[in-house]
Design a protein around this ligand. Structure first.
Ligand code: ZN
Length: 352
């Protein structure tokens, strides 16, 4: 057993050393070469299989630790998002005053502000006035917590070795942080559209810009391009094409609908949201979101139509607006977390 372990780890070690040597040879920057040489020296000094065999264990411990940390951070940022979702539509500051009951205005104590736990402990009611605290509060907190944990867990699939050897480890960390903010924005927009049919420009337009930053950071971490190569311009052109085409699709539908019904069908906010999705996920990703959005919207409409309460005033119902933005955001979340395998499977199936 020990011999086997020693053999396995020595194979593993040789692989790492080979890969790192290749990195040194191909590395352009002097400081990077020095860094990799230093890591190699440390690895050589750990020349015992017993030490080396702990690497995978440390790897998975770091991965689990980071995932739990991201989940807890997500709960806190979800709690902050709840404050924003309650105060933005009223035009209030999200910083002042401190968290309070929106019915009796009493300032909450620290233990009434713990994400999810407080809502469960208070059974969804204010302690003093008994006003119902919407299930939206724990739902948004849980959503952000789970999404952030998933992003970090997925990013952790790249091993420790890859991380050490990679040319730009900080770019990888930065792109994870960007993806977390993208998901936060998607949940915010989904809730605002569901509750107020409102997709504020000051969320969607920064979302488009963040998408561009994400593309640039992604290029650096993949070490495919440097800033002087024409690759950057081609990628930027590609990016702009995706943004314009995604928004254009909504604008065409909006215009066609107006020609036929002489009434606004899809809002301009949805066009900007599609631009944001195009900026992050490319045109194929944005189209995927649109497909999911339309299917979910149709299912929602059919379900609502089947309920007797809404059928009674079906005249009003037909004129009522569906929160398309919410469904697009759900598509965006699915696409951001597992879009690539789905799109690739579809392309294979369709024979591209
Ligand atoms: Zn109260």
């Amino acid at each position: 057993m020990v011999t086997f372990l020693g053999f396995a780890t020595s194979v593993r070690r040789r692989k790492v050393v080979d890969r790192m040597t290749a990195t040194i040879l191909s590395s352009a920057s002097e400081s990077r070469k020095r860094h990799v040489c230093r890591v190699l020296r440390i690895l050589r000094s750990l020349d015992s299989p017993a030490v080396y065999s702990t690497f995978p264990v440390i790897e998975s411990m770091i991965r689990v630790f980071c995932t739990v940390l991201a989940g807890l951070l997500g709960l806190a940022f979800g709690s902050f998002l709840n404050v924003c979702l309650s105060r933005w539509p009223e035009g209030e500051s999200v910083v002042k005053p401190r968290s309070h009951c929106r019915s009796c205005r009493r300032t909450l104590t620290w233990w009434e502000n713990v994400p999810v736990v407080s809502w469960v402990a208070l059974r969804g009611k204010c302690r003093t006035c008994g006003a119902i605290i919407s299930w939206r509060y724990p739902a948004v907190e849980l959503a952000i917590g789970l999404l952030w944990a998933t992003v970090v867990w997925q990013a952790g699939a790249a091993s420790f070795e890859q991380f050490i050897v990679s040319e730009k480890p900080y770019a990888a960390v930065f792109s994870v942080l960007l993806k977390m903010s993208f998901l936060w924005l998607l949940v915010a927009l989904a809730m605002l559209d569901a509750e107020h049919l409102w997709l504020p420009n000051w969320l969607t337009i920064p979302g488009v810009v963040l998408g561009l930053i994400n593309v640039i950071v992604g290029m650096f971490s993949a070490r495919r391009y440097s800033i002087v190569e024409p690759g950057l311009f081609i990628a930027a052109f590609d990016w702009a094409g995706g943004v314009i085409a995604a928004a254009g699709l909504i604008l065409i539908i909006r215009w066609t609908y107006w020609l036929i019904r002489r009434r606004e069908g899809i809002g301009l906010g949805d066009a900007k949201l599609m631009a944001m999705l195009g900026a992050w996920l490319g045109l194929s990703g944005a189209l995927f979101c649109f497909g999911i959005g339309v299917v979910l919207g149709a299912l929602f409409a059919l379900t609502a139509l089947a309920l007797p309460a809404s059928r009674r005033d079906s005249e009003n119902w037909l004129a009522a607006k569906l929160p398309l933005g919410t469904f697009l955001c759900i598509g965006g979340i699915i696409s951001a977390l597992c879009g690539q395998p789905i799109i690739e499977a579809y392309k294979r199936w369709a024979g591209f």
